[in-house]
Write a protein that binds this ligand. Sequence first.
Ligand SMILES: Cc1cc2nc3c(=O)[nH]c(=O)nc-3n(C[C@H](O)[C@H](O)[C@H](O)COP(=O)(O)O)c2cc1C
Length: 187
Amino acid sequence: MVTILTGTDRIGSRSSEIALILKGLYDELKAPAEIMELRDVGLTDLEPKHYGEGKPAKIEKAVDHLLKSDGLHLVVPEYNGSMPGALKLFIDHWKFPDSFEHRAVSFVGLGGRFGALRPVEHLQQVFGYRNSFIYPDRVFLTDIWTTLKDGELQDETAMALLKDQTQGFCRFIQALKGEKLLGSTPS
Ligand SMILES: Cc1cc2nc3c(=O)[nH]c(=O)nc-3n(C[C@H](O)[C@H](O)[C@H](O)COP(=O)(O)O)c2cc1C
């Protein structure tokens, strides 16, 4: 199962609309996928004492769900030239190293002129540093205010790229699973 994680907790987020488009593409492929909304994982329950062990139940549940996923498909908007702070806060509360180590991750960025190139490349560093398997074909949705209308992408090329990405990510996961590389240390 793939978890599609929205990279912001903003109400009315376009990332949520992109996540729904991805979910539709996985459904077309009959590939199990679930959306995890960042605003629903319990970030507001977190206190400074919660780094490490003893996290609030809602956060534990969300992190455990990620651990059970075969792949993580992240939808990341650009906020102030970076990833949203809410996403980094969530990531900093994941189980280490299990949540990252040899896990399959794919990225969609959305934003203005650069389509969230900066946060996606920074996240590639974060996940690469933590030994994840990064699917190489990233998708950048530029000028998102005009590209996305009423939950639909107006740009056929962008839609085709998302379709290719979901198909390719499924094959990537299957190949890693076939070789028993997911979540384990390659010998
Ligand atoms: C707090 C904030 C900061 C933003 N900073 C940038 C930015 O640095 N570069 C950019 O291209 N777009 C920026 N934007 C525009 C967002 O990328 C765009 O509104 C996108 O839809 C945000 O994703 P969301 O709708 O899922 O929140 C910013 C938006 C917000 C809310």
